[in-house]
Design a binder for this molecule. Structure first.
Ligand SMILES: *Cc1c(COP(=O)(O)O)cnc(C)c1O
Length: 508
């Protein structure tokens, strides 16, 4: 619904067309001299018509991107409660460090002797990640959490192959897992065997044991899990999987909740990815960039991917890019995982975050993140419903039982939050909880900020129960677009702009 202003704008909320609709042929932001005439060597294959790129002046292009950027919700604008994503404040100090010319301008093809500082930074970050996970090896290349999962599962496959163990085709994955877990296992050619949870929201250890056998390659378990709960039986799970020769892959996306407090290595983990862009700040959302280093146990360490940074005599650092000879680093590596060495900018930001917090500060990150989530859960106990009893870790999970009989759905509730100035929490995930609303405040919100958020949720919960379903069905009212057909957009995406009139006519 358009606002009833002549311009289509709503106050400072400016309506903006696509760049292609804005552009005019022949308009440009730079004034270059006419190129001299050259004889074509393309043998008649040169383009005859215009290239069709939008022609815009510099102020037009600046305004265009500033206007659309103002439609973005960001962690710099308000609390970003998206569960499972750990949308925490990104300290500006990290940005300053990442922009130091020695890091910001470094090129991955520079000779090794000229990038010793950058290699040392990767090595130092890796050392700290090993220390806080309690594991002996680290792979820095993975570019995201999902990529880290791929890395870990490829190492598990390589370890079984090295033993000549070709019959391990099954991977156990809890039903509450993030979708990337089964997707990764399937991508690596494994068969996904789902494990149910128990009434406490944890993995059913009896079900795990019942599924064990010589064809089990391993288990992928998230801890704390996606329901925001600590898997108390984690050591029993590790022992069980090891007893049949399988490996324990841990999804470490929720490391934020235990960093500095507990070490995955002590829980019997063989491989774990750490989302640097979640636990150790660094900007994310909108598709990246992320960084998902994987820590390995001694059993999987030999199969870690390339490239890897090794420290040499005399304090020099070397990037191992090819499988080495016998006894050299990388001899048994499963191979190269990606181009170059990893997400350098994210490495700098993450190390900067870790160093500025120190070990006591990192411990406090976990404590405050868990406290914030429990504060939300406890404050809303009378107004909203939670599927599981007891305190949570870093995420507060609600279900839709409190909306029963109101005619309001989880989606309606989420849409009403937009008018109140909040990005909705993660909804309908985890799939095992009906009408799930997963809220992760993180440690960086003040009590006042969390109180304001709680106030909004309480207000909306009471409004729903008071029978105002119509209000919710009509939400949001104040956003640039109201309800969009999300399913239609996903099923029939229109990815190509078509000019409404031939360009020659459109141009004056
Ligand atoms: C975020 C997340 C992932 C995937 O991480 P990406 O960096 O988005 O690829 C995997 N598992 C869980 C539990 C997550 O929260």
């Amino acid at each position: 619904m358009k606002p009833d202003t002549h311009s289509g704008n709503r106050g400072l909320d400016l309506e903006e067309p696509l760049l292609f609709e804005l552009g005019r042929d022949g308009r440009t932001g730079v004034d270059l001299p006419e190129p001299p005439k050259v004889a074509s060597r393309l043998g008649g294959l040169e383009r005859a018509d215009t290239i069709g790129l939008p022609g815009v002046s510099e102020p037009e292009v600046v305004r265009h991107f500033v206007r659309i950027s103002r439609n973005n919700y960001s962690i710099d604008a308000n609390l970003y409660p998206l569960g499972s994503c750990t949308m925490k404040h990104n300290p500006r100090l990290n940005e300053k460090m990442a922009r130091l010319p020695g890091f910001g301008d470094v090129h991955p093809l520079q000779p090794e002797s000229t990038v010793q500082g950058a290699l040392e930074l990767i090595h130092t970050l890796g050392t700290w990640l090993k220390k806080i996970t309690g594991l002996p090896a680290i792979a820095m290349p993975p570019a995201a959490g999902a990529h880290g999962e791929l890395c870990g599962m490829m190492a598990i496959r390589a370890a079984h192959d090295a033993k000549g163990d070709k019959n391990r085709h099954r991977v156990l994955i809890p039903e509450s897992a993030h979708g990337t877990n089964p997707a990764t296992a399937a991508q690596c050619g494994f068969e996904v065997d789902p494990v149910p949870g128990n009434e406490r929201g944890r993995i059913d250890i009896a079900a795990v044991k019942a599924k064990l056998g010589p064809d089990v390659a391993g288990i992928m378990l998230t801890n704390p899990n996606t329901l925001g709960l600590f898997e108390n039986d984690v050591i029993e799970v590790a022992n069980a999987i090891h007893s049949v020769g399988g490996y324990f892959y841990a999804d470490g996306a929720n490391f934020n909740a235990i960093v500095g407090k507990a070490r995955p290595g002590d829980m019997g983990v063989d491989a774990i990815h750490i989302n640097l862009h979640k636990t150790f700040s660094t900007p994310h959302g909108g598709g990246g960039p992320g960084s998902g280093p994987v820590a390995f146990s001694a059993a999987l360490a030999p199969y870690a991917p390339l490239p890897m940074v090794v420290e040499q005599a005399g304090g020099r650092f070397h990037l191992v890019e090819h499988r080495g000879n016998k006894g050299e680093p990388g001899e048994h590596s499963f191979g190269r995982l990606r181009t170059f060495n990893g997400q350098m900018g994210m490495f700098v930001r993450a190390l900067s975050y870790m160093m500025s917090h120190g070990s006591d500060g990192l411990r406090q990150v976990a404590e405050d993140a868990v406290l914030s989530a429990n504060y939300i859960m406890a404050s809303l106990a009378g107004d909203m419903t939670s599927p599981f009893e007891g305190p949570c870790m870093h995420e507060a999970l609600f279900d839709d039982r409190f909306l029963e009989g109101t005619g309001v759905t989880t989606l309606d509730f989420a849409k009403a939050m937009i008018d109140e100035g909040y990005h909705p929490m993660t909804v309908y995930f985890p799939l095992v909880v009906h009408g799930a609303m997963l809220t992760e405040p993180t440690e960086t919100e003040s009590k006042q900020s969390i109180d304001r958020f709680i106030g909004v949720l309480r207000h909306l919960a009471r409004k729903a129960k008071a029978g105002d379903a119509e209000f919710f069905k009509n939400s949001p009212k104040y956003s640039p677009r109201r309800r969009v057909d999300e399913t239609g957009a996903a099923r029939n995406p229109v990815l190509r702009w078509q000019p409404t009139a031939p360009r020659a006519q459109a141009a004056e």
